[in-house]
Design a protein around this ligand. Structure first.
Ligand code: ACO
Length: 171
């Protein structure tokens, strides 16, 4: 069976965020054809992406789709961009299923990026709001994220509070 055209249901898109976007822009789940709509170009503004073929991108999409209810990659799209519609922002919610907290679900916010030419237009804060909406709808008791000190102020604007200290180890 082939993977679905959309990574998750449109019902999980916040109506409030949808109606707040400028004319011609929409919020929607990542779609299987979004390699062609600049998904990786937006992510390149965040970190190294590497040389990924469309085939490899689709393989990863299909894998995420097979992890039912774990990966929610959301995008904002400029539907009037030329020559074709263009992704202008993307962010991911990963839902972790715990034994703790009565088999609680914890959301992890990852890979938040707004295209360079589109930053400062409130797309970032709306993206977080849209991902928080998904987390709440699917039953997460909280969302957590790691970010650089330069971005702390942005997440405070998104109603996140500082807690703990990030630790990492590279392999
Ligand atoms: N530090 C402090 N405040 C900020 C920052 C920042 N780095 N960025 C934006 N803000 C403020 C804005 O001034 C605005 O304040 P206001 O409401 O008082 O006017 C508010 O936050 C909302 O700003 P937006 O316009 O929604 O921000 P934008 O659309 O530019 O998105 C983002 C912010 C996501 C950080 C964007 O600049 C970006 O993509 N940067 C490059 C990639 C990146 O660093 N992503 C975050 C990685 S962390 C992770 O993925 C968990």
């Amino acid at each position: 069976m082939s993977a679905p055209a959309s990574l998750f249901s449109d019902d999980l898109i916040s109506p409030e965020v949808q109606s707040s976007l400028p004319e011609g822009y929409i919020a929607r789940p990542l779609q299987r054809t979004d390699f062609q709509h600049g998904h990786l170009d937006v992510l390149r503004d965040l970190a190294v992406v590497g040389d990924i073929t469309e085939e490899a991108w689709v393989e990863r999409y299909d894998w995420m789709a097979s992890c039912h209810g774990s990966y929610y990659v959301l995008v904002f799209v400029d539907t009037k961009a030329e020559p074709s519609k263009q992704i202008v922002a993307t962010g991911t919610l990963i839902v972790e299923r715990k034994f703790l907290f009565k088999l609680g679900l914890q959301g992890h916010i990852e890979d938040i990026a707004v295209a360079k030419g589109q930053q400062g237009k409130k797309f970032g804060v709306k993206l977080l709001s849209a991902l928080d909406f998904v987390a709440d709808k699917v039953g997460c008791y909280k969302n957590i994220l790691d970010c650089s000190p330069e971005n702390t102020g942005f997440y405070v604007k998104c109603s996140y509070e500082q807690a703990g200290q990030e630790m990492h180890r590279y392999f």
